[in-house]
Structure formats: structure tokens, C-alpha cells
Design a protein around this ligand. Structure first.
Ligand code: NAD
Ligand code: WQD
Length: 346
């Protein structure tokens, strides 16, 4: 019998790609999403790819009773992948309570339900942001967690601690935190992708919107960093690789292969690219010249971060397969698809 997996935030960017990857591996998926940063149309996109419509429950996970009612209704959930969270760093500085409430209460309510189950399993979306500016590159999972720069980053640190502490006293709870580096790109079909609301804060959606003429030009934040070309370095990982990693991590828990009941893995390509290299990769695959200029450094930005992926490679037997060019190509295809849709709607 196929396993039934709850994917919270399953209509969001990374969640939707993971739902596809799970369905393709024969898992049955139930999605919870409150649509605060997504749209019901994503369900159609998922179904177009896999020909399987996932079950969907519109629930706000901040409502403790709704979470409890969900688990009463779906008693046979075999595992949870918890993506649901608010993720805008700047907004978290403006409205910390929203972030602490949404990113921590939702996790607590889920864990309260899960620990009552026979063999509860959870995968948590963490972030490389927990490392801040690491002293050594590439960054291993043993690098110290630095004081968070933002309430958002803090919710990821505290979220990990909540899970670790719960696992210590709940030995039948099996958990994995996945620390993503910079997720980019879209499904190659362009049926699903990232849906930034308002002006994108992240580099790649800003690049694709600029190339599409929605934004006048990209501002490259800082050109005097101590890097070879003076711009910041990040580890850009294709969302398809990220989605596959969740399935692999889930299978590890399901098959009882964990060495401890709580584990942490970095998910990145292991390669750092500067902002200028990212622009070049985009220009190469799109054939578009990207208008950009240099602007002052953005507050809170770190100079460089890229993953040491040895642990994920060896333990999960997972490795990123795509590079930045393929990721940019898919992001561009997705942007063009979005515009086609918008034109049709007019
Ligand atoms: P996203 O905003 O696209 O997806 C999150 C989804 O969760 C959305 O569909 C939203 O509607 C839903 N949601 C939010 N609060 C909810 C609530 N209270 N109840 C039910 N649903 C709720 O974000 P994403 O980029 O797919 O990120 C997924 C996870 O990965 C998040 O936890 C995020 O913090 C983490 N993460 C993201 C990145 C990134 O750069 N995208 C990097 C590292 C970690
Ligand atoms: C990448 C690079 C910018 C926009 C953020 C969160 C982090 C994680 C991933 C969730 C940086 C530069 C960007 C622009 C630019 N999210 N840039 N012009 O900041 O590495 O990470 O998303 O956990 O927590 O902080 O990603 O895409 O915003 O920036 O020059 O208009 O692009 O300075 O060097 P970041 P990003």
C-alpha cells in the first residue's frame, strides 16, 4: 500500500515541486496550505504534470484545533514534510511577531499531534541562513549556528531546536532538518514555479522579471565584497534537485536508516557563484542582455556561502544534478509562461 504524506505549504514554491516528486515515486499526498503565499491554480499545475490530483485541505496551521481535526480525519498519515512558513527576511524585521507566530506555532502544533502517533516522521525546511557568515567555506553541518540576522532566520534556528529537544525526549519521533542554500528554477514543464508576490526580493525572480520588461533594471547589491569580482557568492540549487532530496530524506526515515532520530543535512550544489556569474548564466541561456547597475550593499547580506555537501552525498546518496544554467533556463521558461497566462487573462 502506498504511504500517505502530509505536505504543509504544498502549494508553495518548493512544496509544489516536492509534491510532484513524491507522487512520481508513488506516494499519496495530502496538502495543507492557507493560500497566504500561493494560489489554488498550483493544484492544476501539479495535476498537469503527474496526472494525479493531490488531496488538498485549506487550513491555517496557526489554528491549533484545525490541526488537531485534520489528524482526526487523516489517521493514516505516514510522514509530514513541513514547508509552511513565512519567508520574507525584510518583512520579518518589520513584523517579527507574525514570523514567530507563523513559523513556530505551526511547527509546535504539528509536533504535538505527531508525537501521539506510533511512528511519527517529520522533515523540516531549514535554511543556510542559520550559519550567517561562516568562518570557513564550504560550510559543513558542523559549522556553528550564528546569532540570527533577522527574526526569519531566528525562526529557523529555534525551529531546529524545538525539533531537536522534542526528539531527545520522544525517541519514536524521527526527524530531519534540511538546510537549503539558495533555491532557484522551476519545473522544466513550466507548469509550476516560483510565484513572487509584489517586487521580488530574491535575485533570480528579479532577473527574470527584468528580462521580461516588468522591472527596468536589476540593482546588483555591492561591488566591493572581498570576492574575485566584488559581488556576493551563493550556492544556487535547482528546485528540482531540492524536491528530490526531500523524497530521499523521507525514504531514509521510513526505512529506519537514520543513525540518530534527529539529523541535519545541507542541501546545495557545493559550488558558489557570484551575482555577476548568475547574470552571465542567465544571459547565456536566455539570449537576453540583462540591464543592471551597481547599487550599495544590501543590509544583512553576507559575503559568501556555499555548501559542503559531503554528508548529503554520502549519507542520503543524493547529489545535485543540475547546474546554474539549467536552473536559469527553467526560471526563464517559467517567467515566459507566467506572462502568457497573464495575457490570456486580460
Ligand atoms: P512559499 O511561500 O512559496 O511556500 C510556503 C507555503 O506555505 C505557501 O504556499 C503559503 O501559503 C503556506 N503557508 C504559510 N503559512 C501557512 C500557515 N500558517 N498555514 C498553512 N499554510 C501556510 O515558500 P518556499 O520558498 O516554498 O519555502 C518553503 C519553506 O522553505 C519555508 O519554510 C521557507 O522558510 C524554507 N526556505 C525557503 C528558501 C527559499 O529561498 N525559497 C530557502 C531556505 C528555506
Ligand atoms: C542572492 C544574492 C544579493 C537581489 C535569501 C534569504 C535566505 C534564504 C534564501 C530562506 C545576494 C544579490 C539580490 C537583487 C542583488 N531564504 N541580489 N540584487 O539573500 O542569499 O538569501 O534567500 O531561508 O534566508 O536571506 O538570496 O536571492 O535575496 O540574494 O544583487 O535585486 O543576490 O545581494 O548577494 P539571499 P537573494
Amino acid at each position: 500500500m502506498s504511504k500517505r504524506i502530509l505536505v504543509t505549504g504544498g502549494l508553495g514554491y518548493i512544496g509544489s515541486h516536492t509534491v510532484v516528486a513524491l507522487q512520481e515515486k508513488g506516494f499519496e499526498v495530502v496538502i495543507i496550505d492557507n493560500l497566504s503565499n500561493s494560489s489554488l491554480e498550483v493544484l492544476g499545475g501539479i495535476t498537469r504534470i503527474t496526472k494525479i490530483s493531490p488531496q488538498f485541505e485549506k487550513i491555517d496551521l496557526r489554528e491549533r484545533h484545525d490541526v488537531s481535526n485534520f489528524f482526526d480525519k487523516y489517521q493514516d498519515i505516514d510522514g509530514v514534510i513541513h514547508f509552511a512558513a513565512s519567508k520574507a527576511v525584510g518583512e520579518s524585521v518589520e513584523n517579527p511577531l507574525l514570523y514567530y507566530e507563523n513559523n513556530l506555532n505551526t511547527l509546535i502544533y504539528l509536533l504535538q499531534q505527531l508525537k501521539e502517533k506510533e511512528t511519527p516522521k517529520i522533515i523540516f525546511s531549514s535554511s543556510c541562513t542559520v550559519y550567517g557568515q561562516a568562518d570557513e567555506l564550504p560550510i559543513t553541518e558542523n559549522a556553528p549556528v550564528k546569532k540570527a540576522e533577522s527574526p526569519y532566520g531566528n525562526t529557523k534556528q529555534i525551529g531546529e531546536e524545538i525539533i531537536a529537544d522534542t526528539c531527545k525526549v520522544t525517541s519514536h519521533l524521527k526527524a530531519i532538518s534540511l538546510r537549503y542554500f539558495n533555491p532557484i528554477g522551476a519545473h522544466p514543464s513550466a507548469h509550476i514555479g516560483e510565484l513572487p508576490i509584489g517586487t521580488p526580493q530574491n535575485l533570480v525572480p528579479f532577473i527574470t522579471q527584468t528580462a521580461a520588461g516588468i522591472r527596468e533594471k536589476l540593482s546588483v547589491f555591492g561591488q566591493d565584497y572581498p570576492t574575485p569580482d566584488g559581488t556576493c557568492i551563493r550556492d544556487y540549487i535547482h528546485v528540482m534537485d531540492l524536491a528530490r532530496a526531500h523524497v530521499v530524506a523521507l525514504e531514509r526515515i521510513i526505512h529506519g536508516e537514520q543513525s540518530e532520530n534527529y539529523e541535519v543535512f545541507n542541501l546545495g550544489t557545493g559550488k558558489g557563484n557570484s551575482v555577476l556569474e548568475a547574470i552571465q548564466a542567465f544571459e547565456k541561456v536566455s539570449g537576453q542582455k540583462l540591464p543592471y547597475d551597481f547599487a550599495p550593499r544590501r543590509e544583512g547580506d553576507i559575503t559568501a556561502a556555499y555548501a559542503d555537501t559531503t554528508k548529503a552525498n554520502e549519507v542520503l546518496k543524493w547529489k545535485a544534478e543540475y547546474g546554474i544554467e539549467e536552473a536559469m533556463q527553467s526560471a526563464w521558461k517559467w517567467q515566459q509562461e507566467l506572462q502568457k497566462k497573464q495575457k490570456e487573462e486580460i
